[in-house]
Design a protein around this ligand. Structure first.
Ligand SMILES: [Zn+2]
Length: 277
């Protein structure tokens, strides 16, 4: 019980700071508190800390990049503050995997958890830093040049940033587990991936595969809208002050669904890799 209360206080504090820095909306704060509290209550420091490695590093990058991306972002489904949908898309799989571990401890839950957050971090870092590329992005499907910020557009800088973002989560997970080795449970700790090399590899692979899946799904079947005013293809439900019309893609596959699927693919990749290690 104490863990749940401590988790609620810690994540409430961090979410409130993020709200003050305009990184989370009100619904995003509520969702972040649920995600953070669940990870502390069900998992504890190593699980919650790995979430923080994702949340703090990606939020810091977003704040740092904010002034540079105003133009590209006008076509994004969501800009600036993360809402509940985005928090759930990035952290939902992590909570489910942590809950699965609490119900039936197994080393693979931990590996998949690291992969899911690595994918979320890789995608965020790639989005924030991909625009630093001197060359315009190219569609991962067609190879054609696309406008910066377009779903499914990839750059060399973005891919490098995705690799670093995944690696960062893997290394953070290793450090947290090294500090609190008892946190996976005695029966699991001996078999779970815990070395620096193993967790770095899980983070790297989960991050790269997740970010690649995100780009692929974004370019292939993500729901796109068309602006009634300027005619641009956008993700957002409103553009140029008017509601947008459906243009193409699977209607259920919005930006949040793409992100959620990418974290699942990152989780699956890391779990498969952990089996092979
Ligand atoms: Zn428009």
């Amino acid at each position: 019980m104490l863990g749940w209360i401590a988790g609620a206080i810690c994540s409430g504090l961090i979410a409130w700071l993020a709200y003050r820095r305009r990184s989370l909306s009100a619904s995003g704060v509520a969702a972040a508190v649920v995600v953070g509290t669940a990870l502390v209550g069900l998992g504890s420091t190593a699980w919650f800390g790995t979430l923080l490695a994702f949340f703090v590093s990606s939020t810091a990058l977003s704040v740092w990049k904010k002034h540079r991306r105003a133009e590209a972002e006008s076509g994004y489904a969501k800009s600036g503050r993360r809402d509940a949908g985005q928090v759930a898309a990035n952290g939902g799989a992590a909570v489910l995997l942590c809950a699965a571990h609490a119900l039936g401890p197994h080393p693979l839950w931990w590996a998949a958890f690291v992969g899911a957050l690595a994918a979320a971090n890789a995608d965020t870092w790639a989005t924030e830093l991909g625009g630093l590329s001197a060359r315009p992005p190219r569609s991962v499907l067609s190879g054609r040049q696309v406008a910066p910020g377009t779903s499914g557009g990839v750059t060399a800088a973005g891919t490098a940033a995705a690799a670093c973002g995944g690696l960062f989560v893997g290394v953070a997970a290793w450090a947290l587990l090294a500090l609190w080795p008892q946190q996976l449970g005695a029966s699991v700790a001996a078999e779970a991936p815990a070395s620096l090399a193993a967790l770095a590899l899980l983070g790297l692979a989960g991050g790269l595969c997740g970010a690649f899946a995100d780009s692929l799904l974004g370019a292939w079947r993500q729901r796109m809208q068309r602006c009634r005013v300027c005619g641009r293809e956008v993700e957002a439900a409103r553009h140029c002050g008017e509601p947008t019309d459906y243009a193409r893609g699977w209607r259920w596959l919005g930006n949040d669904a793409v992100n959620a699927l990418a974290t699942l693919i990152g989780a699956g990749t890391a779990a498969l890799l952990a089996l092979a290690l």
